[in-house]
Design a binder for this molecule. Structure first.
Ligand code: NAD
Ligand code: MG
Length: 397
């Protein structure tokens, strides 16, 4: 029996994780579920999973959540505040941590799980983008087991040789990594119309049902940019090792090309329960509830290259990845602020990339030697992005 802590349990990945875990009650037991402030949803999940702890990172939730727990007749313990996330993620009782908080808020609890040497299932790509080398060094130093949940990275992981040598593609006979992406809902929208798309349109992804932030990131392809950076750290790759390929059907989740001409692809219906089940059970396989791929009904596979004018965020991310940690941390911070402003109706869709570019250009050359420095730099860059957005608002009025 393995004890699982699900960080970000009420989100899209969190709910899918609970779905898979509950299919295997003989193998997994939920130790802790966390959310930011979705009290009702978390209590509902607690009724289903009977965890030892639930955690709300928003400390203001304590009183109301305590009452809700009593009303539900649960003897689950309630913790509140940001530190409690790190505490449950690193608790001795925990074997597996699903890191599924969205954004930079996931950094400290995910790092806490890594430093406690857990089996860490990484969905929260932003934490790796923000702290790359420090994160990977902590994985090695503390003997954590890091398994990619992002569908593309999980696919690449499945297609790599079992004895893949980190940062040495040539030794493993690999010639390139093909990172696939659907291109999002605006793949064919005339460029001139992009500035007018609404948050609802941006959040309606054609193939995947996801949280709002990653849905907007998929529409701008910042998501693929973050994934490009994520892939470099997870597998020790150079920028030139990775090619981004548009595959609108989202059936192939990424590919590995070998020097003998072989290309291995991982395929399946677009349902995150596949990579979640893979990560949970690795190196074994368990049922996930995902429908088998039906080759009678699967549509044609098509492939294209992403257009730079349509997806400036993708190219900003690749440039940031080449520039270094300060730039990827700055870009991630700017993007979170810009996406939140877009969702709140404060800026237009195409202004997300403008804010990002301006912020990364402005914020450069900072040395980041530890996680405290990352957190401080992240905050500085968020403030800078906020000021850029305020200036746009002043110009517009
Ligand atoms: P979501 O918005 O659906 O859920 C986010 C979760 O994080 C919620 O439980 C929320 O309560 C919690 N949260 C939000 N702000 C927080 C804060 N400040 N402190 C603590 N907790 C907070 O997001 P999602 O779509 O499930 O994505 C989660 C992560 O997984 C993201 O990093 C995303 O990029 C990654 N991911 C998601 C998918 C997907 O299909 N949804 C696929 C690949 C990777
Ligand atoms: Mg992905």
């Amino acid at each position: 029996m393995q004890n699982v802590c699900i960080l970000g349990a009420t989100g899209s990945i969190g709910q899918n994780t609970i779905d898979v875990v509950l299919r295997h009650p003989e193998q997994y037991c939920v130790y802790a579920l966390t959310a930011h402030n979705s009290i009702e949803k978390l209590i509902e999940q607690a009724k289903l999973c009977q965890p030892t702890f639930i955690v709300l990172s928003d400390a203001n939730c304590f009183k109301q959540a305590k009452q809700a727990l009593v009303n539900a007749g649960l003897n689950t313990e309630l913790l509140c505040g940001a530190q409690a996330l790190a505490d449950v993620a690193s608790a001795d009782e925990v074997d597996i941590v699903m890191a599924a908080i969205v954004g930079g808020a996931g950094l400290l609890p995910t790092i806490a799980a890594v430093k406690a040497g857990k089996k860490v299932l990484l969905a929260n790509k932003e934490s790796l983008v923000m702290s790359g080398e420090l994160f990977m060094n902590a994985v090695r130093e503390h003997n954590a087991q890091l398994l990619p949940i992002d569908s593309e990275h999980n696919a690449i992981f499945q297609c790599l040789p079992h004895d893949y040598q980190y940062a040495n593609m040539a030794a493993s006979g690999i010639s390139s990594i093909l990172l696939t992406g659907s291109g999002g809902p605006f793949r064919e929208t005339p460029l001139a119309e992009l500035s007018r798309v609404t948050p609802a349109q941006a959040c309606a992804h054609p193939n995947w049902d996801m949280g709002q932030k990653i849905s907007v990131d998929s529409a701008t392809m910042m998501n693929k940019g973050l994934e490009f950076i994520e892939a470099r750290w997870l597998f020790g790759l150079q920028s030139s090792d990775i090619q981004v390929v548009l595959h609108p059907q989202s059936i192939i989740h990424s590919m590995v090309q070998y020097c003998d001409g072989s290309v291995l692809a991982q395929m399946g219906n677009p349902d995150m329960r596949t990579p979640i089940a893979h990560g949970l059970a690795f190196p074994n396989r368990i049922e996930s509830g995902v429908k088998p791929l039906d080759f009678q009904t699967v549509s044609n596979f098509t492939f294209n290259l992403p257009e730079p004018e349509r997806y400036p965020n993708l190219y900003l991310a690749i440039d940031a990845s080449n520039a270094g940690q300060y730039a990827t941390t700055a870009l991630n911070a700017a993007n979170e602020v810009a996406v939140a402003a877009f969702l709140a109706g404060q800026i237009g869709f195409t202004q997300i990339a403008q804010v990002n570019e301006q912020c990364v250009t402005q914020m450069n050359g900072c040395q980041l030697d530890d996680i405290d420095a990352i957190v401080a730099w992240d905050l500085e860059c968020r403030n800078a992005a906020q000021q850029i957005i305020s200036a746009y608002a002043r110009e517009a009025s």
